[in-house]
Design a protein around this ligand. Structure first.
Ligand code: GAR
Length: 201
């Protein structure tokens, strides 16, 4: 059984999509061992509790990044987490965190990286005037929104769209993409060559 650890800061729709995908058998031999948030009032944490999952708040406010991350890493280890899924976790990970789980941290970002890293990626893309955007699931390295890309899904930006419509269209694809990427990584059937994710038979 693969133990997943989900980190989130907000509403947790990607977390719920992962949980639903597990329940639907789309991520074989996996369970969510723990959901951790840096914000005690994150709705996603409450949603995790309601599903009967271990849900832990580790407040970051007023603490040094390395110290906070150390505690998060300890919690992940105590739940024997194999793969970490950042799902709207709006904090940079310290190098120590990334090294502790090297090659075992995934993130989902709401743009086609390397375009529009950072905050409000959907709005950045909308204002830039792109006609195609989407989402990216990638490994986390020590740089922001930078590690090897596992999977991307694209969506059109239509002429009548407002930023909200674009974000909603992307989010729908995020929910599909994340579950698929997790299943791929857990299968172990891939190699990373340079920056490239290459599936293996
Ligand atoms: C998602 O759109 C995710 O891609 C984004 O935050 C949202 C979280 O929504 N993440 C980032 O922007 C990370 N750079 P959710 O809480 O409903 O899953």
């Amino acid at each position: 059984m693969h133990n997943l650890g989900v980190l989130l800061s907000g509403r947790g729709s990607n977390f719920l999509a992962i949980a639903d995908a597990i329940d639907a058998g789309k991520i074989p031999d996996a369970r969510i061992a723990v959901v951790i948030s840096n914000l005690a009032d994150a709705p996603g944490l409450e949603a995790a509790r309601q599903r009967g999952l271990n849900a832990v708040a580790i407040e970051a406010r007023g603490r040094k990044r390395a110290e906070h991350d150390h505690e998060v890493v300890a919690a992940l280890r105590s739940h024997e987490v194999e793969l970490i899924c950042l799902a709207g976790y709006m904090r940079l990970l310290s190098p120590g965190f990334v090294q502790a789980f090297s090659g075992r941290i995934l993130n989902i970002h709401p743009s086609l990286l390397p375009a529009f890293p950072g905050l409000d990626a959907q709005m950045q893309a909308f204002e830039y005037g792109v006609q195609v955007t989407g989402c990216t699931v990638h490994f986390v390295d020590e740089q922001l929104d930078h590690g090897a890309i596992i999977l991307q899904r694209s969506v059109p930006v239509l002429s009548g769209d407002d930023p909200h419509a674009v974000a909603a269209r992307i989010l729908e694809q995020e929910h599909v993409a994340y579950a698929e990427a997790i299943a791929r990584v857990l299968s172990g059937k891939y190699e990373i060559v340079g920056r490239r994710y290459l599936p293996k038979k």
